[in-house]
Write a protein that binds this ligand. Structure first.
Ligand code: 5GP
Length: 183
């Protein structure tokens, strides 16, 4: 375990098993259709790369980058830093996110994508932290529901580090200065 962590919340084998299950569900729900996965950068990268390998239907990949966080605290403002390359009008779109916390990012994302008139629009998140929800978002696919702890690893960062850890861990308190968990 990395020395900055107080615990491993989700081990690599548990992540692999959970993602495989999500891939199977998605493949069955979208059978006979083509799905456009829209990854939310940068946190989605490891999750999306593994998830897509378990999806058997025709799949397109696209990405958006939004900015809302600084360290562990939300700035409260979500803006688009990088937009989709493809036109999603009439497509079955599945947003792939690392974690839904307050739900503000996802709610912004859904409002934004809906204006482009996709045929369907659903959310797949690796982690759900429902205790801090501020916006009501309906999540179709959830890998793991977690408690109100600041987690890193498997794509999730703290000030841009720890994304490469192959598991999800909880940072030690002393590593996080001035953390406010419920934003
Ligand atoms: P929301 O808008 O739902 O509050 O937050 C979504 C974004 O906040 C995520 O995409 C992620 O970047 C960041 N975030 C929320 N909770 C955590 C956490 O526990 N750890 C990390 N590393 N990022 C988080």
């Amino acid at each position: 375990m990395h020395r900055d962590l107080e615990e491993i919340l989700i081990s690599t084998p548990r992540l692999n098993a959970g993602i495989k299950k999500l891939g199977r569900r998605i493949s069955s729900d979208y059978a006979g259709r083509s799905v456009t996965l829209v990854g939310v950068l940068k946190g989605c990268v490891l999750f999306m790369a593994d998830l897509v390998r378990h999806i058997s239907v025709e799949t397109r990949l696209d990405f958006m980058m939004l900015s809302s966080y600084c360290g562990t605290q939300s700035t409260g403002v979500v803006r688009t830093v990088l937009d989709l390359k493809e036109n999603i009008e009439g497509r079955d779109v599945l947003v792939v996110e690392d974690i839904v916390d307050s739900g503000l990012t996802m709610s912004y994302m859904l409002r934004n994508l809906k204006t482009r008139r996709p045929k369907s629009l659903e959310i797949c998140t690796l982690l759900d932290k429902p205790s801090c929800r501020k916006a009501n978002v309906s999540i179709k696919y959830t890998g793991f529901t977690i408690p109100n702890k600041f987690v890193v690893g498997y794509g999730l960062d703290y000030n841009e580090i720890y994304r490469n850890l192959p598991y999800i861990g909880v940072l030690k308190k002393e590593v996080i200065e001035g953390t406010k968990l419920c934003r």
